[in-house]
Design a protein around this ligand. Structure first.
Ligand SMILES: C[S@@+](CC[C@H](N)C(=O)[O-])C[C@H]1O[C@@H](n2cnc3c(N)ncnc32)[C@H](O)[C@@H]1O
Length: 273
């Protein structure tokens, strides 16, 4: 599976559970090729994947909504934004900077512009930046993003991306965040903890990626310990949860009983200090 396909898959997951994800625009990205992949993932990896990704979206939707309401707007800076659609669920007082690899950014901008003209999406202040986190230096990334930040405070989102990066690139990104943000600004981040590596479901995920990597689109399988996030220079953890906990709040009817049988991702909300 190519990395850009994972963005389509995640977006389609959100459209399966709009009541949980609160993303009523995700379905615009649905397409037959992605619909054909998903039943195989449910069978070979886990049938809970769509619910879990919707829960993760819901958490960030709630936290960003509160943050931007409290501050009467600001800028969402979405690193590895894929096809996420948060900006259309917030008011037009929120500006958004979408950052991803060039093929995703070009495709997304084209589609969003088109759907906005057609009236399928409300107009929003969105800027797009094509950056490969593995190739661009921190100085280059900061130089291209700083002029795009027109409205403070900022909420940086790094959702569903760390798994695909190595630790060096991860460190680079947090260096960039620290330089771009002011005290009180927030970062929302999702990761697998190393504990997850011992679960059968995570082993099935790796096996799925290995057996479907027919394109040589290589990527890491990164897990990161909690201590990493507690020791990031310039930040403090203000909230820590995981998808299992979120399921008890937003999806109790799905009866997820055991966090070791699902692909449980951990979420940190960090505040710039
Ligand atoms: C699973 S998708 C998640 C997309 C979105 N954040 C979401 O949760 O719906 C992973 C995204 O990370 C992006 N990504 C992965 N490696 C990247 C890199 N080195 N530079 C920029 N973007 C990258 C991919 O292109 C893809 O859009």
């Amino acid at each position: 599976m190519q990395i850009h396909e994972t963005a389509f898959v995640v977006s389609t997951y959100r459209s399966h559970h709009e009541d949980i994800s609160k993303d009523t625009y995700a379905k615009l990205w649905n397409n037959p090729a992605t619909d054909a992949i998903i039943p195989d993932i449910f069978e070979r990896v886990s049938k809970y994947e769509a619910i879990l990704h919707s829960l993760r979206n819901r958490f960030f939707y709630e936290r960003m909504n509160t943050f931007f309401k409290k501050n009467n707007g600001g800028t969402l800076i979405n690193f590895g934004s894929g096809f996420s659609m948060y900006q259309f669920s917030f008011g037009d007082h929120v500006a958004t900077i979408e950052i991803d690899k060039k093929d995703i950014i070009d495709y997304k901008k084209d589609k969003i512009d088109h759907w906005t003209k057609e009236g399928k999406l409300p107009f929003r202040n969105i800027t797009y930046s094509a950056i490969d986190f593995n190739k661009n230096t921190p100085t280059e990334i900061i130089a291209s993003l700083r002029p795009l930040i027109q409205k403070e405070p900022t909420f940086i989102l790094l959702e569903g991306v760390l798994f695909f990066l190595d630790r060096k690139t991860t460190n680079t990104l947090f260096e960039v965040f620290k330089k771009l943000q002011e005290p009180g600004d927030l970062v929302g981040v999702v990761t697998y903890l190393p504990e997850v590596e011992n679960t059968q479901v995570y082993k099935r995920l790796l096996h799925y990626f290995d057996s479907h990597n027919d394109t040589n689109d290589s990527f890491m399988h990164q897990t990161i310990p909690e201590a990493y996030f507690r020791n990031i220079d310039g930040y403090k953890v203000i909230e820590n949860t995981d998808e299992f906990e979120l399921s008890t709040i937003y999806a109790p009817e799905h009866g997820i009983k055991d966090k070791t049988t699902i692909l449980n991702e951990t979420i940190f909300l960090l505040e710039r200090i």
